[in-house]
Design a protein around this ligand. Structure first.
Ligand code: PA5
Length: 314
C-alpha cells in the first residue's frame, strides 16, 4: 500500500476490537514497552489513562527492579521482532510476570503462544508507524475505552480535509529549515510523534522540547541568531493544559515576537483529549508526508533502521 493511501485511511484504523479487558486498579502500576512507532503508543496511553494511574514507558532493554508480579506489562512491537522489547518480555517472564503482547506476528507472538500469554494481533503489511491507529485502538479497548475509539474515528473523518490543508501549509513553512516542535505536558507525545514522523517519513532532522522544562534551558539557546535562523518553530498546545502552562505558552510567544521570529501555535480541535491528540497527530503525519514530497523522498523506506537491526543480528 502507498503511504498516501495508508494516511487517507488512518481514521478507519480506529475500530473497536474484541479484546480481553484489564482493570487498572488491579495492578500496582503499568509498564508500556515498545520502540519507535510501537513505543509512542505507550506514551499516548499513559496520558489517556490519566495521572491517577501509575505508569511508565520503557524504550530501553532494562526493566526497572521495582517492577514485580503486581505490575501489568504491555509489550508492543508491530513486527514482533524488536530486540529491546523482547529483552523486556524475557526479563518479565523471569520475574514471573505474564505480559500482554501486541504485534502483527514475529517472535513476540511466538513467545506469547509458547508461554500462554495474551497476544493481541495487529493487521499485517504496514510499516510500524503507519499502524498507530490499530495499536491505539487495541490498547484503548484493552482498557475498556471503546467509546474513545468510536469518537476518534468520526472526528478524524470529519476534519480530514481541513487537516490536510493545514498540514500542507505547515510543511511549506518547515521546508529547508530544521523543524523544532515545542509542546506542553498534554501534547508532549504528539510532539515526539511529529519529530519521529518527520525523521522517518521526510528523512530530515527535527527536534522537540516541552514546557515548562524548556523555560529553564532551551529558551536561552534562542539567543544565537546564526543558529535560530536555520530553524522553523512550532508550538503544540491543548486548551486543557494547566493555566500556568498556558501562561508560559503566551510568554514564549512574546519572547519569539521580541526576537522577530515566527512561532506557529497549533491547537488540537475536539471536545475530548483523545480527539484533540488524534487531530494533532494526524496533522503531523500529513506534515511529514508533504515535507517528504517537498524533499522528493519516499516516505516508506527506513533503510538505516533496517541496517542497524541487521547489524545487531549479525
Ligand atoms: O516506524 C518504524 O519503522 C520504527 O520506528 C519501528 O517502529 C521501530 O524500529 C520498532 O519496530 P517495531 O515497531 O516493529 O517494534
Amino acid at each position: 500500500m502507498k503511504a498516501i493511501d495508508m494516511l487517507e485511511d488512518f481514521p478507519k484504523q480506529f475500530e473497536v476490537v474484541k479484546t480481553e479487558k484489564v482493570k487498572v486498579d488491579q495492578y500496582k502500576g503499568i509498564v508500556f514497552s515498545g520502540m519507535g512507532g510501537s513505543g509512542i503508543v505507550g506514551d499516548f496511553m499513559r496520558l489517556l489513562l490519566g495521572d491517577g494511574v501509575l505508569s511508565i514507558s520503557i524504550k530501553d532493554y532494562k526493566l526497572p527492579s521495582f517492577v514485580e508480579k503486581d505490575w501489568l506489562i504491555v509489550c508492543s512491537s508491530y513486527s514482533g521482532n524488536t530486540e529491546e522489547t523482547l529483552y523486556i518480555l524475557e526479563e518479565a517472564l523471569r520475574r514471573g510476570i505474564k505480559p500482554i503482547c501486541i504485534s502483527s506476528g514475529g517472535k513476540l507472538r511466538d513467545i506469547a503462544k509458547k508461554e500462554g500469554l495474551i497476544h493481541l494481533p495487529l493487521p499485517e503489511g504496514y510499516p510500524p508507524r503507519y499502524a498507530l491507529g490499530f495499536m491505539l485502538s487495541t490498547l484503548l479497548c484493552l482498557f475498556g475505552m471503546e467509546e474513545s475509539v468510536k469518537i476518534t474515528r468520526e472526528h478524524l473523518q470529519q476534519h480530514k480535509e481541513s487537516i490536510k490543508e493545514k498540514a500542507q501549509d505547515i510543511a511549506k513553512s518547515l521546508y529547508a529549515y530544521l523543524p523544532i516542535v515545542y509542546a506542553t505536558p498534554l501534547t508532549e507525545p504528539v510532539a515526539t510523534r511529529w519529530k519521529t514522523q518527520i525523521n522517518e517519513n521526510s528523512k530530515t532532522l527535527c527536534y522537540n522540547a516541552t514546557l515548562p522544562e524548556m523555560h529553564h534551558n532551551e529558551i536561552v539557546g534562542l539567543e544565537n541568531p546564526q543558529i535560530r535562523n536555520l530553524c522553523s518553530f512550532l508550538m503544540l498546545c491543548d486548551p486543557e493544559d494547566n493555566p500556568r502552562i498556558i501562561k508560559r505558552v503566551e510568554i514564549t510567544q512574546e519572547i519569539f515576537k521580541d526576537l522577530g521570529i515566527l512561532l506557529k501555535t497549533i491547537k488540537g480541535e475536539g471536545q475530548t483529549l483523545i480527539e484533540r491528540l488524534a487531530y494533532l497527530t494526524y496533522v503531523g503525519d500529513w506534515v511529514s508526508f508533504y515535507l517528504a514530497e517537498l524533499y522528493h523522498q519516499d516516505p516508506l523506506p527506513v533503510k538505516v533502521i533496517d541496517f542497524v537491526k541487521r547489524s545487531l543480528r549479525d
